[in-house]
Design a protein around this ligand. Structure first.
Ligand SMILES: [Zn+2]
Ligand SMILES: [Zn+2]
Length: 281
């Protein structure tokens, strides 16, 4: 059984529609695929329908933008009740922050002498409710300012760079219990990717587990072989679920092909068993 628990569609910053993504996952030989768009659950229905058509299990999920200390940390949530009032409210706040952020980034880049407009960004984001930095990066690439998304993030859009603008994110310590309250399963996405290793130590992970964290994404392209071995040992020590996934973004990210990392069936089963009825907020 091949299981990929982290993918993005055009409901956030992936390039495939939710339906196309699921069909591609089936074609890639996956048996289970989770749709985990950034702060958005709007792709679930279309993905589920495509899954029923092609005979692949679709796990509804999302990747929530949180902060922990002064760092941005991504939290995967699986199978939460999409109508849970407090969760819906918090996701709205995050999306609002993201929407307001894009014009601020464009203004900052313009102040830095780069000729980019909000229309350039809108052209890249299409109908996404989660227009954000990846779409600004795509616009910069199309305008020839950078070669690709990677260069845009490496030179312009990350903290400390000319096009970086802070935005609202939930506190991780509040989002984990909220997800659990909504009947969801909380798994930290790529905990040691993008410089987060310094804040997400074994001690921090133990504390987060006490708040309801169920697992960590160990097998991710942002983690070296050494990182993975160390994280796997921590997970075993703390009795956390271990997941692996592609973090596929369609054409939006190279080296993240569907199924490039997978989750072991026994860990997937355990994850499913932890999803519970929503407590209703
Ligand atoms: Zn992420
Ligand atoms: Zn992701």
């Amino acid at each position: 059984m091949r299981i990929d628990l982290h993918t993005h569609s055009s409901a956030s910053d992936g390039t495939d529609t939710p339906g196309d993504l699921v069909r591609e996952a089936a074609a890639a030989g996956l048996d289970v695929v989770a749709l985990t768009d950034h702060d958005a659950m709007s792709g679930w229905a279309e993905a589920q329908q495509a899954g029923d058509e092609v005979g692949i299990t679709v796990v509804p999920g999302l990747e929530i933008s949180t902060r922990y200390g002064h760092r941005g940390v991504h939290l995967l949530g699986y199978l939460p009740d999409p109508t849970h009032p407090a969760l819906v409210l918090e996701l709205d706040r995050i999306l609002e922050g993201r929407t307001a952020r894009t014009p601020a980034i464009v203004a900052a880049l313009r102040a830095h002498g780069i000729d980019i407009s909000e229309d350039d960004v809108r052209r890249e984001s299409g109908g996404s409710v989660a227009a954000g930095r990846p779409h600004v990066a795509d616009a910069l690439a199309r305008l020839g300012v950078v070669r690709d998304r990677t260069e845009a993030f490496a030179t312009l859009l990350s903290p400390g760079q000319p096009g970086y603008v802070n935005r609202y994110a939930s506190a991780l310590e509040e989002m984990i219990p909220l997800l659990v309250d909504a009947g969801g399963v909380a798994v930290l996405a790529h905990p040691w990717g993008r410089g987060s290793r310094s804040v997400l130590s074994a001690e921090a992970l133990a504390e987060l587990k006490d708040l309801g964290l169920a697992g960590i994404e160990v097998d991710h392209q942002d983690h070296s072989a050494a990182d993975r071995a160390e994280l796997r040992a921590i997970a075993a020590d703390l009795d956390l679920v271990v997941t692996g996934s592609s973090d596929h973004h369609g054409l939006g990210k190279v080296d993240h092909d569907l199924g490039v990392n997978t989750t072991a069936p026994e860990h997937y089963e355990r994850l499913l068993s932890l999803a519970g009825p929503s407590l209703g907020g």
